[in-house]
Design a protein around this ligand. Structure first.
Ligand code: AMP
Length: 281
């Protein structure tokens, strides 16, 4: 497995592959890789000749009050896991390599104006900008994203469509701990008490999946899910929303494919979880 630290090296390696007619699968990450990331790399390995994992803690998607400085890092472990999963290249640039006198940003409209986009106003601009750069540098045929970040996945699909990127976006299922907590690099922030409380998110998701089948209105569904979340004193819910799966806009009646998503603070740590659902006819 090769490691590239510069844009030039990453381009040189991936362009040579393209010249040979090899297909490239890209897995963009912020590092501190876990089994969730591993599942994406595995999927990329199955469907491409070459697999690139980017490990880049993208500063422009963090607001000044967010956790950029404390975000966990372990590049040696990331490389070991990427190699074990069959990656051919890890791209690990410094922020100064990616953003040299940088002035250009990719802004998206409606899809970023709900849920995480409200709490984190510059977040998706940073995500779309760095992905645009990664797509241009690597020119992947395929790119893999987790459904854990469902709003991000919807935004990336729309951006790729709107800007005519020649890359196919594949969403991969949420990988969870045994007790249901969605795996996340940020889970390391949780104290033992908070870690014990955190599965309340997935219990609320499970309750939502159970009751949504009865055909209830969004408000009733949210109320049922909130009951579960409110039963945990350490959990402070930022939002539970039912949104149109394509536009990310709230829906009152669940008569189309929806995303049911939540952000919950457990102590100082902000956790997210979600499920997707389609009415039967
Ligand atoms: P991150 O390093 O947190 O930016 O995540 C990189 C990619 O891994 C994103 O596409 C995430 O959605 C995905 N990912 C993170 N956690 C999980 C998980 N538990 N299951 C599946 N995919 C995940």
């Amino acid at each position: 497995m090769q490691i590239a630290y510069t844009v030039e090296d990453a381009k040189r390696i991936t362009r040579a592959w393209k010249k040979e007619g090899q297909t490239i699968g890209l897995v963009p990450t912020m590092g501190y890789l876990h089994e969730g990331h591993a599942s994406l790399i595995k999927k990329a390995r199955e469907n491409n000749d070459k697999v690139v994992v980017s490990v880049f803690l993208n500063p422009i998607q963090f607001a000044p009050n967010e956790d950029l400085d404390s975000y966990p890092r372990d590049f040696d472990h990331d490389c070991a896991l990427a190699e074990e999963m069959g990656a051919d290249l890890v791209f690990h640039p410094e922020p100064s390599e990616m953003y040299k006198n940088h002035e250009t940003y990719v802004n998206m409209g409606l899809l970023t104006e709900s849920m995480d986009g409200l709490a984190r106003p510059i977040h998706f601009r940073g995500v779309c900008t760095v992905l645009t750069k990664l797509f241009n540098i690597m020119q992947p045929d395929n790119a893999y994203f987790g459904q854990k970040d469902a709003q991000q996945l919807a935004i990336v699909k729309k951006m790729v469509f709107d800007l005519n990127f020649d890359v196919k976006i594949t969403g991969c299922p949420i990988v969870r701990e045994d007790d249901g907590l969605a795996k996340s690099s940020r889970n390391t922030y949780l104290s033992p008490e908070e870690r014990a409380a955190a599965p309340v998110l997935s219990r609320s998701i499970a309750e939502g999946q159970r009751v949504i089948k009865a055909g209830m209105a969004s408000a009733d569904l949210v109320a049922q899910m909130m009951k579960v979340l409110d039963s945990e004193p350490l959990a402070d819910t930022e939002y539970v929303k039912v949104v149109d799966a394509l536009t990310m806009q709230p829906v009152e009646t669940i008569d189309r494919p929806v995303l049911v998503a939540m952000a919950v603070h457990v102590g100082p740590t902000r956790l997210i979880d979600n499920f997707s659902w389609e009415p039967e006819d």
